[in-house]
Design a protein around this ligand. Structure first.
Ligand SMILES: NC(=O)C1=CN([C@@H]2O[C@H](COP(=O)(O)OP(=O)(O)OC[C@H]3O[C@@H](n4cnc5c(N)ncnc54)[C@H](OP(=O)(O)O)[C@@H]3O)[C@@H](O)[C@H]2O)C=CC1
Ligand SMILES: O=C(O)[C@@H]1CCC=N1
Length: 264
């Protein structure tokens, strides 16, 4: 299978590296385009795959084409490539807000489309992706693309109605987690710990806690209770987090994120 990326920024670079490292596809089977000469140079030198001069070149080469430009450029890029898309090709989108209906109206009603929402932890092969398809994509084609995407993390098929929710819970959420890590480290620095050490302690605690949720199958509340000794330190922190509205802040932030995605 030949894979192409239109746009090669943060998200595409992470995905391409994961795909290449998995060995499922060779560098000769991949191509990517970008706006600037500088990025095209990086595609050849850092990723070691062909750098396309035009977006049409990507479509002419690949069986599966990822649209990895910012949502505001989707319309422009689609009008550039739509006449070159063949019936057996699959177009994979990664932008928030661009529904299968919106995409079909612009790409053409006969085009196979998979709509996904990845996240940047793909850079360390710990991504989380939600994906859905239009009726022209076969289950086998969806499975093939899913397997490619699993080379940079986990992927799950969801109904399209949940893709905006995926933006809130995993597409954008790494940003909230980084803020949480930064804040915990700031507190440690305030109490005298060197900054680099503070990031390590904070990040490893988040990594370990996330693993506990995934690997023990226990309710997060139960895991929280296991840390809170009666009359101890943790329950004091939990009391202040509740007082400051931590859970509500996260819920409201995530709902604002989902709302924005629906409006895009
Ligand atoms: N960043 C994230 O955490 C996530 C992003 N996404 C989605 O991924 C998509 C890409 O985001 P991200 O990687 O962060 O963005 P970047 O800005 O990092 O990358 C965008 C890329 O698109 C290229 N580009 C711009 N215009 C064109 C064009 N007309 N033709 C070809 N290439 C073009 C740019 O080229 P150049 O480098 O030359 O400027 C750049 O390589 C977006 O739709 C975003 O919503 C989804 C989930 C998470
Ligand atoms: O902020 C954004 O719009 C993109 C989509 C999800 C993460 N980044």
């Amino acid at each position: 299978m030949k894979i192409g990326f239109i746009g090669c920024g943060n998200m595409a670079t992470a995905m391409i590296k994961g795909i290449l490292d998995s060995g499922k596809v060779t560098a000769e089977q991949m191509i990517a385009s970008a706006k600037s000469d500088q990025t095209r140079e990086k595609i050849s030198s850092e990723l070691g795959i062909a750098a396309a001069k035009t977006n049409v070149e990507v479509v002419d080469f690949a069986d599966v084409v990822f649209l990895a430009v910012k949502p505001q450029y989707y319309e422009e890029v689609i009008s550039e490539i739509k006449d070159d898309i063949q019936k057996n090709q699959v177009i994979v989108t990664i932008a928030p807000g661009k529904t299968l209906t919106w995409l079909s109206e612009r790409l053409g009603s006969e085009v196979k489309i998979i709509r996904t929402m990845p996240n940047t932890p793909a850079m360390v092969k710990e991504g989380m992706m939600g994906m859905c398809k239009n009726e022209l994509v076969t289950d086998e084609e969806l499975q093939q693309v899913k397997e490619i995407c699993e080379s940079f993390g986990k992927a799950e098929v969801v109904p399209e109605s949940l893709i905006d929710v995926v933006v809130g819970v995993s597409g954008s959420s790494p940003a909230y987690v980084f803020m949480f890590i930064e804040a915990m480290a700031d507190a440690a620095v305030a109490d005298g710990m060197p900054r680099a050490q503070a990031y390590k302690f904070a990040a490893q605690s988040v990594l370990g806690s996330a693993k506990m949720v995934l690997e023990t199958g226990k309710h997060p509340g139960e895991l929280k209770d296991m840390v809170c000794s009666p009359g101890g330190t943790t329950i004091e922190a939990v009391r202040v987090l509740e007082e400051k509205g931590m859970r509500s802040a996260v819920i409201e932030a995530s709902k604002a994120c989902v709302k924005k995605g629906r409006e895009m």
